[in-house]
Design a protein around this ligand. Structure first.
Ligand SMILES: Nc1nc2c(ncn2[C@@H]2O[C@H](COP(=O)(O)OP(=O)(O)OP(=O)(O)O)[C@@H](O)[C@H]2O)c(=O)[nH]1
Ligand SMILES: [Mg+2]
Length: 147
């Protein structure tokens, strides 16, 4: 079963996160993905909310979230380093996803980020389709950098 949990506009994101976990538990959902949506790393109050969101999730399900994925756009280049710095300071990021690798950007910057912040690369995006988010393959990625 696949469902989408929403509370509409202008609602406190931490309360949406709490209720999402509550919904997932009550409906015996295997996996809940919470999108923290449109969070600019330059807006302090939006970054501070991440801490609150994490606390609410943990309150409903101690130990959760089990994974926190930072999604980086391969076309942003060096700016991705600053994004990674800000997000890792705001919350405990456990994995990286690198999108837009279907364009001309090769996303090499993510190697430095993974190394510097000690976070594994988990997924890559190679298009807008649902099946175009793929599990990261280190050999294929390195090969593509030199092709
Ligand atoms: N070509 C291509 N397009 C992508 C990829 N990933 C996302 N997109 C497109 O990029 C646009 C923005 O994607 P979103 O997922 O909304 O980006 P976002 O970072 O969540 O944006 P905010 O939540 O507004 O901060 C959409 O049109 C996506 O379909 C990718 O791997 N390749
Ligand atoms: Mg979004």
């Amino acid at each position: 079963m696949l469902s989408f949990f929403s509370k509409g506009m202008n609602v406190d994101p931490a309360s949406v996160a709490y209720e999402t976990v509550n919904y997932a538990i009550q409906n015996k959902v295997d996996l809940a993905i919470i999108d923290t949506a449109g969070r600019l790393h330059t807006k302090k109050h939006l970054m501070d909310e991440l801490t609150k969101i994490r606390k609410s999730i943990d309150k409903r399900l101690p130990g959760a979230p089990h994974e926190v994925i930072l999604v980086l756009d391969a076309t942003t280049g060096q700016n991705a380093i600053e994004q990674a710095r800000q997000f890792t300071e705001a919350t405990d990021v456990t994995g990286l996803a690198l999108t837009k690798l279907d364009g001309s950007a090769k996303g090499g910057v993510v190697l430095g980020i993974s190394d510097q912040f000690k976070i594994p690369i988990r997924f890559i995006g190679v298009g807008e389709g649902m099946d175009q988010l793929q599990v990261f393959n280190r050999k294929a990625f390195i090969d593509s950098l030199f092709n």
